[in-house]
Design a binder for this molecule. Structure first.
Ligand SMILES: O=P(O)(O)OC[C@H]1O[C@H](O[C@H]2O[C@H](CO)[C@@H](O)[C@H](O)[C@H]2O)[C@H](O)[C@@H](O)[C@@H]1O
Length: 130
C-alpha cells in the first residue's frame, strides 16, 4: 500500500473503530463537525463551498443516532444555507452564535457576545475607553 494511502487510513476514525467503540461504551456520544474542508471541499470561492447530497445524507443519518452540531467560523445563516438540516445544532461565528433545535419554533438560541455589542459598537465608532 502506498505511503499516502496508509497515512490517510490512520487519520480516519474507521481505522480506530474498536478503540472508539470501547471508549464510548456507556457514555453519551455527541458529534461536533467542522464545515469547511470537512463536510465540504476547500474551494477558492467561499460562497461556492457546497456539500454533496451524499454527505448531507450521511450527516442526516449520523444526527438520527447522536446529537450532532456544526461548529464553524461562518455565520449560522450561511452555513445553514449549505447544510439545510433543521435537526442539527449550529455554533457559528466561532461559537458566538449558537442555535439548537427544539419543539419551539425558533429553537434554543445562545448568543454570548450579545452583552458586548454596545462596547463593540463604541469601539467601531472610534470611542475608546481609558
Ligand atoms: O471554522 P470553519 O468551518 O473551518 O471555517 C473556517 C473558514 O472557512 C471558510 O474559509 C475556508 O474555506 C473556504 C471555502 O472552501 C476557502 O476558500 C478558504 O480559503 C478557507 O479558509 C470561510 O470562508 C471562513 O469565513 C471561515 O472562517
Amino acid at each position: 500500500m502506498c505511503e499516502l494511502k496508509q497515512k490517510r487510513q490512520k487519520t480516519s476514525a474507521l481505522y480506530f473503530l474498536d478503540e472508539i467503540t470501547n471508549a464510548s461504551s456507556g457514555k453519551h456520544v455527541v458529534m461536533f463537525l467542522d464545515y469547511d474542508g470537512t463536510l465540504s471541499p476547500i474551494v477558492d470561492n467561499p460562497d461556492l463551498a457546497y456539500m454533496s447530497d451524499a454527505m448531507r445524507e450521511t450527516v442526516r443519518k449520523l444526527a438520527s443516532c447522536f446529537p450532532t452540531a456544526i461548529v464553524t467560523g461562518r455565520c449560522i445563516d450561511k452555513v445553514y444555507d449549505f447544510v439545510k438540516l433543521a435537526e442539527l445544532s449550529y455554533a457559528g461565528s466561532h461559537g458566538m452564535d449558537i442555535k439548537c433545535p427544539s419543539k419551539h419554533k425558533k429553537g434554543v438560541v445562545f448568543q454570548p457576545a450579545n452583552d458586548f455589542l454596545p462596547m463593540i459598537d463604541k469601539r467601531g465608532k472610534g470611542e475608546f475607553f481609558s
